[in-house]
Design a protein. Structure first.
Length: 58
């Protein structure tokens, strides 16, 4: 159980260290990253939709 706690502690330490970005991003970069994130979520949603269609028809 302590192995699991150590892993969680390491992950939370890493997350707290990199919570604030070290580089400045322009508005265009932020917009591009937002568009890419939406695109990725749309692709995942399409894959889930296709999987459901295949499973229900099969």
């Amino acid at each position: 159980m302590s192995l699991f706690r150590n892993l969680i502690a390491k992950i939370s330490a890493i997350n707290s260290r990199y919570r604030e970005p070290r580089i400045e991003m322009s508005g265009a970069v932020r917009l591009s990253l937002l568009v890419l994130r939406v695109y990725l979520l749309a692709l995942v949603a399409l894959m889930i939709y296709k999987f459901v269609l295949i499973v229900t028809k099969g």
